[in-house]
Design a protein. Structure first.
Length: 434
């Protein structure tokens, strides 16, 4: 690296909470209501496919399992699960329970199979982001080009999966958990693409691209983190959640990339504005240094929120950004003090942001061929599993959409009658004794 090349900004990316779910044995739940060995085998495949996928998702981020392995496991399970969604009478016969990445609810429970599909997809996106965060840390030790590529493509794929979730959640019936709301999915996607754009900025700096391009990229990242920060503002009053940590992360990144935007704008105006450029450049650099100080404060808050993050990761990142800005400031101030003598209190206009990274389209699975000709084997489920929806609230106050099929309802009524009969016999017995 020669003296003209800027230092490379070390990456630090947020790692989301992995969603948790209740294990499901499809064969145990539905086996008695289906006919034929093929149908029971299909239920067994569903159970093993879901278990296998969850094992991938909850393995350590840098485990030997690759993205391709996880994707294949995801496709296998979803293609089998889609058989329930394709047949309306099968769609609402089972309970699915999931925690979320926001931390506002302990668990959300729904009978709509579409809920499991959306939650599985979001879990896969979380896996990719968590893996990207781990790869980013690995780059600090080994700046290998293949690691940068893996990091970049993981984030673009994760963004594509979230876009698929945005589409699939439109078909979800009933009260949705907060993390599947359009607003939360949108800002989560913004965060993922902002991370990918950070890599584009680093590569642009290394390759010596024009300041005008880098300034626009930085502005786009600033806008995306701003959208995340203010998008979560509505949830900020919730106590004991991870919202505070996510917002603090977004806040320090928001300031960091606004500072970098001012830094590169300073270079641009000093070269293009002959009348006030030098003074505007100095003013822009001063503003950038103020913003980095704000980023330091927000970064410290982010590190301290549970689960705690190593503060040195944030300090090293912001220290590098400060060095870049300080170098520009020193150079522009010296030029102005010795050549231009301009005193400008105004700040230059910042450019509009541009997004170069494009999410990788997620190829949604199709219904597995094993379902062909087997729907008749589920007639027992069709006749015995008519869902009577019943909405109630859980302990946290969130509505939970549950269902009760006719068999379950009949069993409960019979138990109630038996209890009443038993109580009557006991009372009669007591009367006889007296």
């Amino acid at each position: 690296m020669n003296s003209e090349e800027p230092p490379v900004i070390p990456y630090h990316f947020f790692s989301p909470i992995l969603k948790q779910t209740t294990p499901i044995n499809f064969l145990k739940v539905l086996g008695k209501s289906v006919q034929g060995e093929d149908a029971r085998n299909l239920l067994g495949l569903l159970t093993s496919a879901r278990t296998s996928l969850l094992t991938y998702i909850h393995s350590p981020p840098l485990h030997n399992s690759s993205y391709d392995d996880m994707l294949q496991s995801c496709t296998t399970y979803l293609s089998l699960l889609l058989g329930f969604i394709a047949e309306p009478q099968l769609r609402n016969i089972m309970d699915f329970s999931w925690t979320n990445i926001i931390g506002l609810e302990k668990k959300h429970k729904m009978k709509d199979t579409q809920f499991d599909l959306c939650s599985i997809l979001l879990s896969c996106a979380n896996w990719m982001v968590s893996r990207a965060s781990a790869v980013a840390c690995k780059i600090r030790e080994s700046n290998a080009e293949e690691l940068h590529r893996e990091l970049y493509h993981l984030l673009l794929r994760a963004g594509g999966v979230v876009i698929e979730v945005e589409d699939q959640v439109k078909q979800l019936k009933g009260k949705k958990p907060i993390e599947l709301s359009p607003e939360i999915l949108s800002v989560y996607k913004d965060m993922i693409l902002a991370m990918a754009q950070e890599i584009s900025i680093n590569r642009a700096q290394i390759k010596g691209n024009k300041p005008s391009l880098i300034a626009k990229l930085c502005m786009d990242v600033h806008n995306k983190y701003s959208a995340l920060y203010y998008g979560l503002n509505v949830l900020s009053k919730s106590k004991g959640t991870r919202v505070f940590k996510v917002r603090s992360y977004a806040k320090y990144k928001m300031y960091e990339y606004q500072a970098l935007t001012y830094n590169y704008t300073a270079i641009i105006v000093s070269e293009t504005d002959t009348e006030n450029g030098a003074g505007l450049a100095v003013a822009a650099c001063k503003k950038a240094l103020e913003l980095i100080s704000l980023a330091d404060q927000s970064g410290e808050s982010y590190a301290n929120f549970e689960p705690e993050t190593d503060i040195n990761l944030i300090k090293n990142e912001l220290k590098t950004v400060r060095q870049i800005i300080q170098k520009t400031h020193n150079m522009k101030k010296m030029e102005n003090d010795h050549i231009h003598y301009q005193k400008v209190n105004d700040l230059p206009d910042l450019p509009k942001g541009i997004q170069l990274c494009k999410p990788t389209k997620f190829d949604m699975a199709q219904v597995d061929g094993s379902w062909e000709g087997l729907y008749d084997s589920f007639q027992g489920v069709f006749t015995k599993g008519k869902v009577v929806k019943n909405e109630k609230k859980n302990e946290e106050g969130f509505e939970v959409v549950e269902g009760e099929n006719e068999n379950e309802k009949e069993e409960k009524e019979n138990k109630k009658k038996n209890v009443q009969k038993k109580t009557t016999r006991e009372e009669d017995s007591k009367c006889t004794i007296l």
